[in-house]
Design a protein around this ligand. Structure first.
Ligand SMILES: [Zn+2]
Length: 261
């Protein structure tokens, strides 16, 4: 109960900050619903609502860069600063005989919508709320994924069991000991500490120095009404997606700060 109250307190403080005109609204574009899902039409370089909602084309965004084949198992884009930090981490890991491989990086709204709706159809035998909760064990609603921001990576395997033994265990052990030095943090930790949202994901690491800014902006500017354009989107409010899932990370990683001070 303390943890729940604590989270409410944090979000209250955050909203207080938002209301104190710290947010620079000059770069915020009005939400234009379906039109903005045409991802080829936009080239935002500033943080704005469409950006944090994943409604942009990262291939044409100057903040993003294509990851080299040696670092990734498929065509992957990341924010340039995130990729530079990853390369430093990759090299140090390699020196310690640990191989890191990015298996997923940036995903935009449309890519997340494909994942979400594939699972939505898969679980059609469930009632709507249970259907969404089942998907939300490991997958985000479109416009609520940290993968939209180019700050988050999935490493080596999408199975927790891989990290429990053998080489996978060594990889996870190395990451838990060293990744923070490079700015990467595991955001979907064990839920036994009271964290809400997605289940444990030992593979998902976030470059928090940048992602904290985006989350802060998200919390100040995005509301349930902005989460539209996919099957089941009407459940976002009922499930309190922004509080329970977008902010369902360790509390020390929710950093309250002025935006564009
Ligand atoms: Zn992930």
């Amino acid at each position: 109960m303390f943890l729940i109250h604590n989270r409410i307190f944090i979000l209250s403080v955050l909203l207080t900050f938002c209301n104190q005109q710290f947010v620079n609204t000059q770069n915020i574009e009005p939400f234009k619903s379906e039109i903005d899902t045409n991802l080829n039409s936009k080239k935002p370089t500033q943080i704005d609502k469409n950006f944090v909602l994943g409604k942009f084309n990262y291939e044409k965004n100057e903040l993003f860069v294509l990851v080299e084949a040696q670092h990734s198992s498929k065509t992957t884009y990341l924010n340039k600063d995130v990729y530079n930090a990853f390369k430093r981490m990759f090299d140090e890991a390699k020196n310690d005989n640990i191989e890191l491989k990015i298996i997923s990086g940036t995903r935009n709204f449309i890519e997340q919508k494909i994942i979400w709706e594939r699972k939505w159809n898969k679980y059609k035998y469930l009632q709507p709320e249970d259907r969404a909760k089942k998907i939300l064990e490991y997958s985000s609603m479109p416009s609520t994924s940290r993968h939209h921001w180019g700050t988050d990576i999935d490493l080596n395997s999408l199975r927790n069991s891989y990290f429990d033994k053998g080489q996978g265990f060594k990889v996870y052990e190395w990451l838990t000991k060293n990744a923070n030095k490079f700015g990467f943090f595991q955001v979907y930790t064990s839920k036994e500490t009271g964290r809400t949202g997605y289940n444990l994901e030992k593979w998902h690491w976030s470059y928090v120095p940048l992602a904290a800014n985006y989350l802060n902006f998200y919390n100040c500017n995005i509301f349930d009404k902005d989460l539209t354009g996919f099957k089941g989107c009407e459940l976002a409010e009922k499930l309190d997606i922004i509080s329970n899932y977008v902010n369902g990370i360790p509390e020390q990683l929710i950093i309250i700060m002025p935006i564009n001070p």
